[in-house]
Design a protein around this ligand. Structure first.
Ligand SMILES: Cc1cc2nc3c(=O)[nH]c(=O)nc-3n(C[C@H](O)[C@H](O)[C@H](O)COP(=O)(O)OP(=O)(O)OC[C@H]3O[C@@H](n4cnc5c(N)ncnc54)[C@H](O)[C@@H]3O)c2cc1C
Ligand code: HEM
Length: 394
């Protein structure tokens, strides 16, 4: 527990930190990655370049500083970050490196004096401890379940299928021939890969697209030129190649009882977690209405169309709507509406105040859909979403 003086001291420096803005975390990362270049095997260097990770960490620091006297308020954010950290196999000793560089950054940019630095040091230690303990619990949960493991495990690519012009799916089977851990629909694994020509190991999350079968995982990857990992998977990976995976993690997953209506809303490769949810609902013979809403660029880029139709047909009350932004002449009959997703015509179907919504796709798409849902009176607590990158608010 932090004493009142420490809390007041840290809080008093928050305006100065906010004034430096994400420049503080930029300085922090540059400093830390220069002094500890091995950490470039851990951080996604593209998230560094586009600033998303800096912004996410900066927001976390500000939120933590402001909530020092009410840490319970931070727990949902801690859970999201801890799940991401665990999927990256972050270890306790790395917290000391981060802490040392955070304090040095505050000193170099703000020079607030020893007392303030000591207060930030105590506050950081408390937060680091919260993460370390939660991450250790997650590692133990993963490790102790049937088919589970800690750290990375070697998987062989046992099948590659083209699911659209831009998306391929990969079935992954453990090299050791053992069982694989179960997961919740919406969770992801992390692929740890050092493609030829890449100096550092690259780690990327991919949502699981099926229900657990105890033997394999299936992911589906969109090629994002010139993306390092998606590029390797699309252009070089072949059946028999071996990848290192961490066990399934993630704080966004579907967990509903049979009487709860569900709407699964996705765009592009955002279909992956919602597809796993659809399979889970079909497997559990979900009784309440299930609504599947998907937006694709056109027919060529529309992945898993047949699988969704077949799986949906197993449900008692299933409704599917597909939007193509720019359909081709050959796409006639494959979609329901042209342009961007508009929920107006579905207001009756989605009216039940118990309906839970899961969204995944580009942030702009999710903001647009969440805006429509909010206008229709849907409370934010019923809107769940996964961002395929550092978390952002909708
Ligand atoms: C929880 C979670 C789940 C995810 N699930 C999925 C999933 O199911 N399927 C899926 O396909 N993805 C998923 N992702 C995204 C995935 O993890 C990767 O971010 C994605 O595959 C891109 O990785 P990459 O290595 O190919 O691209 P990176 O090399 O990381 O590049 C990222 C982006 O930057 C651009 N870029 C790279 N280099 C340059 C450059 N020199 N100049 C300009 N732009 C550049 C690339 O075009 C790309 O769009 C998920 C992410 C998260 C966080
Ligand atoms: C108390 C200390 C820490 C805080 C507050 C923190 C905060 C965060 C936040 C907010 C994110 C973004 C999560 C998301 O939205 O996806 C993140 C991701 C990440 N964190 Fe941490 N973190 C801490 C410690 C660490 C440590 C010790 C490491 C290991 C060196 C680490 C490595 C990462 C990595 C690799 C990512 C994924 C993003 C990327 O690859 O760039 N973090 N962290």
């Amino acid at each position: 527990m932090l004493d009142a003086h420490t809390i007041a001291t840290v809080k008093s420096t928050l305006p100065a930190i906010a004034a430096v803005g994400p420049g503080l975390t930029a300085h922090f990362y540059d400093r830390m990655l220069t002094q500890h270049p091995a950490l470039k095997n851990v951080f996604n260097m593209n998230n560094q370049r586009n600033g998303d990770q800096r912004e996410a960490l900066f927001n976390a620091i500000c939120a933590y500083g402001a909530s020092l006297d009410n840490l319970a308020a931070l727990l949902p954010a801690v859970e999201k970050i801890a799940q991401k950290h665990a999927s990256l196999a972050i270890t306790p000793d790395q917290y000391a490196i981060v802490g040392e560089n955070l304090l040095a950054t505050i000193k170099e940019l703000l020079n607030p004096g020893d007392e303030v630095l000591a207060a930030w040091g105590r506050a950081y230690d408390v937060l680091a401890d919260v993460f370390i303990q939660r991450e250790e619990a997650i590692y133990q949960e993963s490790e102790q379940q049937e088919g589970g493991w800690r750290g990375t495990r070697a998987f062989r690519i046992s099948a590659i299928e083209e699911q659209s012009a831009v998306i391929k799916s990969f079935t992954l089977t453990p090299v050791d021939g053992g069982k694989v851990a179960a997961f919740k629909p919406g969770q992801y694994i992390t692929v740890h890969l050092r493609p030829a020509g890449s100096v550092f190991q690259q780690n990327r999350q991919y949502s699981l697209t099926h229900t657990p079968d105890g033997k394999t995982y299936r992911i589906a990857v969109k090629y994002e030129p010139p993306g390092v990992v998606s590029g390797w998977l699309h252009r070089h990976a072949k059946v028999g190649d071996v990848l290192a995976l961490t066990a399934p993690h993630g704080d966004i997953f579907m967990d509903v009882t049979s009487e709860i209506p569900v709407a699964l809303i996705s765009a592009g490769v955002g279909v992956t977690p919602t597809l796993a949810m659809l399979h889970a609902l079909a497997e559990q013979a979900h009784a309440a209405p299930v609504t599947w809403l998907h937006a694709a660029e056109n027919g060529a880029q529309h992945a898993f169309a047949a699988e969704v139709a077949e799986t949906g047909a197993l449900l008692r009350d299933f409704c599917k709507r597909v939007w193509y932004r720019m359909p081709d002449a050959a796409d006639a009959g494959r979609f329901d509406a042209e342009g961007v997703m508009d929920l107006a015509s579905l207001s009756e179907r989605l009216r039940d105040a118990r309906t839970q919504f899961w969204l995944c796709g580009p942030v702009g798409f999710m903001q647009c859909v969440a805006g429509q849902l909010r206008e229709a009176g849907v409370n934010a607590s019923r809107i769940h979403y996964e961002v395929f990158g550092p978390h952002k608010g909708l």
